[in-house]
Design a protein around this ligand. Structure first.
Ligand code: PAF
Length: 287
């Protein structure tokens, strides 16, 4: 099976208008370098909708580190071929100029307010990142006007931002799918391809720390500071540069540590391994 491909977002938008007229349209926005995690979103989207389209665009607006942008893996042809095998009817890409034709270059693009979910943690460590995500996601939603859009839970603050964008626009229905993990627990990410063999072993500490915090929660620990101490103890090791190890109430997002005892908790971690920035999170309480 082949899927339709567009490198002009305008042509993609026309295809989407026709697809929407015929039934429900699912959308999975990606930055490419597709792996099993993306495919789990693609499968959920294909199962719940009449048509599915995917975008592949490494969005410069959301990179606070030019080196990270430069070395982000890219292979549009391989991604498009893989998507065609997994029920995707259309895949599109573009350039900043094509996504924002009304502006005169990247510096004049007005960034969207990412909403309260962007405060703290990722917001502190990657200034401007979530505003860049909100800006491209809003533009992609405007072009595709999907019935439903699919995101992975691994980027938890991103899901808060995307829900904020969708609430402002009045569409689409946002679906958040569980984090896809390697057998050793490591959350699947395109950046994992940049890790050395030894680095992969060290990176497994992130998920291990989260699961240890869940065990602590299950044994009755409810103070956020104590849960953070569990996370940090499991995470700290040579070659793991911790950026944060935090606990939040997922339904009442706060930039800073919430007051305990908590009724609900999500643990979130960010660390650099081999110079590669990795993030992960886990709901500690019952869903
Ligand atoms: O999660 C991602 O891959 C990106 O942040 C997204 C949602 C495609 C926006 O560029």
């Amino acid at each position: 099976m082949t899927s339709v491909r567009f490198e002009d977002p305008e042509l993609a938008a026309r295809w989407c208008a026709k697809a929407r007229a015929a039934g429900s349209l699912a959308f999975v926005p990606t930055m490419g370098a597709l792996h099993a995690g993306h495919l789990s979103l693609v499968h959920a989207a294909a199962a719940e909708n009449d048509q599915l389209c995917v975008s592949v665009f490494v969005n410069p607006l959301q990179f606070d580190d030019p080196r990270d942008l430069e070395r982000y893996p890219r292979d549009f042809d391989a991604d498009a071929a893989l998507l065609a095998e997994h029920g995707c009817a259309m895949v599109f890409t573009g350039t900043l100029e094509r996504f924002f034709p009304e502006t005169e270059g990247a510096n004049t693009i007005v960034l969207r307010d990412p909403g309260p979910g962007a405060r703290g943690l990722e917001g502190d460590h990657r200034p401007g990142h979530l505003a860049g995500v909100a800006t491209i996601v809003a533009r992609l939603f405007e072009l595709v006007q999907p019935t439903r859009a699919y995101f992975g839970e691994k980027d938890f603050q991103q899901t808060l931002v995307v829900r904020h964008v969708a609430a402002r626009l009045g569409y689409p229905e946002v679906r958040v799918c569980p984090t896809s993990r390697e057998p050793e627990g490591l959350a699947r990410s395109s950046r994992n391809a940049l890790l050395s063999e030894a680095g992969r072993g060290r990176a497994a500490r992130l998920s291990r720390a989260l699961f240890e915090a869940r065990v602590a929660w299950q044994s009755g620990v409810r103070e956020p500071g104590e849960l953070e101490a569990v996370l940090l103890a499991a995470l700290l090791a040579p070659g793991v540069d911790v950026e944060y190890a935090a606990v939040r109430d997922p339904e009442r997002w706060t930039a800073a540590l919430p007051a305990g005892p908590l009724e609900r908790a999500r643990a979130l971690v960010a660390a650099r391994v081999d110079g590669v920035r990795l993030i992960d999170n886990l709901l500690l309480s019952d869903p």
